[in-house]
Design a protein around this ligand. Sequence first.
Ligand code: AVJ
Length: 322
Amino acid sequence: MQAIAVPTIVEDRHAFAQDARRFLQFSQRRLPSRFLYDALGSALFDAICHLPWYRVTRAELRLLRRHANTIGQLLHAGGRVVELGCGNGEKLATLLTQANARGVHAHLIDLSEAALAQSVQTLATVAGSAIRVTTDLATYEDGLLALPRENAAPTLIALLGSNIGNFDRPEAEAFVGLIRATLYPGDYLLLGADLVKPERELLLAYDDPLGLTAAFNKNILLRMNTELGANFVIERFTHRAVWNAEASRVEMHIVSLVAQDVEVPAATLRFRLNEGETIWTESSYKFEPLSILQLVEPAGFVQRCQWIDAPGRFALTLFEAV
Ligand code: AVJ
């Protein structure tokens, strides 16, 4: 088992300050969703996955369990799985143990140090030394660019949990292109994507009655207070989830309950929020089975299998690079 790389906390804080400065000044104020995942944010997301209203993780785990053999056959010993955004490691552990994938190399890319540490532990617990694990504390892009090219055995890149849903369309296309560029023909992409469903289900998933998603969202204000010296009074904000049907996405916003002045010293930024003004923190795009193929295949992939759960909530699609 390889040791976790030393976190580049200073660099990360710098990126957070820079992005806060840029995105908070747009007329619709925004923050990139990747900053939701500090240690507390990752823990809150884990808790969200246990909520009855947030079914993404459970639906995907069922599909992974059911089709692990098919997927595992592609990964003969010496093969490599690269997971982008491994979270707590449960999805990959489920896949690799069900597939009985001994001798596989798992390479984990995540921007949360806590998530990487947990994943290493989860994989060690279920697989012991049968799986070699390496980690990269990085954004998807940096992690892919740093990925050693391995031609001998197949590489499977796993992008699960509907993480693809956080990208706007042009970004998603560019990102799939980057994934393809790091692969050879005959390598694979395993993509988990949440499907369009009735609005009330979507809103319960992103604005749950226990308030965990609200806490997950507002934690980004807390993070600006502790890391960037900001002065957000958390009680003066509330969480809102919106289904934007035209764009096929759920948006998470933080709503200012009153008119208020805020400052973010590390981002050399002060501004006034009007009552009802929002900071847009996340998009979760929802897909149709066909729209997944239309997004991925033009980048140089062909679909090998697409598995959809019985209620039609979630799709797991296996692509081969051509
Ligand atoms: C992990 C980004 C896929 O968008 O559904 C859960 C994050 N946000 N509840 C998603 C999330 C609100 C999740 N992703």
